[in-house]
Design a protein around this ligand. Structure first.
Ligand SMILES: [Zn+2]
Length: 188
């Protein structure tokens, strides 16, 4: 087992201090989590081969969009009515795209290569109304807590890169919705 843990860590790209990863919290725990999820040999292969977006039923998602359409998102300013997450998605507010291989890692000056990332998320203005910058937890921190999310880079106000090789597109949408619905992302 130790050999397999070593194998996984050796393949990992040096993390950027600004990128949130589950390895930040505990490398050993994250490795154990990976091993528990897929088995050591399979994980080692997963890190070496090219990635393709998984589809159902091969994905590891605990939920898909149809399970959370009625999730209520509360705007960060008091008194405003809640929005249903499904309505937000139907309105095209969230754009989720699988990243091509060339975009799955980034070079940061002075810090080296960060990644791998698998999904890009573009979020419209309506999303900005659902969280506060000085809330108990930041949106990227809450995203990282979601099942299957290994790494989050908050690129810009409305752009995120997510390392989540085993989640399908619908599962990524759910992860974002669950993070937005968490009350810790707002001040009230
Ligand atoms: Zn899925």
């Amino acid at each position: 087992m130790d050999d397999i843990v070593h194998d996984v860590q050796q393949d990992a790209i040096e993390p950027d201090p600004c990128t949130l990863t589950k390895l930040d919290f505990s490398g050993r725990r994250a490795a154990a989590w990976l091993l528990g999820r897929a088995g050591g040999a399979r994980v080692a292969r997963m890190w070496r081969r090219d990635w393709n977006p998984p589809n159902r039923p091969v994905c590891s998602c605990a939920e898909h969009l149809e399970d959370v359409r009625n999730l209520e998102l509360r705007p960060s300013h008091e008194g405003a009515p809640p929005t249903l997450f499904g309505e937000l998605v139907d309105a095209g507010v969230l754009e989720v795209v699988p990243l091509p291989k060339r975009d799955r890692t980034m070079e940061i000056y002075g810090e080296g290569t960060i990644g791998p990332f698998h999904w890009g998320i573009g979020a419209g203005d309506e999303v900005r109304w659902c969280y506060d910058d000085d809330a108990e937890l930041k949106l990227d921190e809450l995203l990282l807590l979601r099942h299957g999310v290994d790494r989050v880079e908050w690129m810009d106000r409305e752009e995120f890169m997510i390392g989540a090789p085993t989640l399908c597109e619908s599962g990524i949408v759910v992860a974002f919705g669950r993070a937005l619905a968490d009350p810790k992302v707002r001040n009230h």
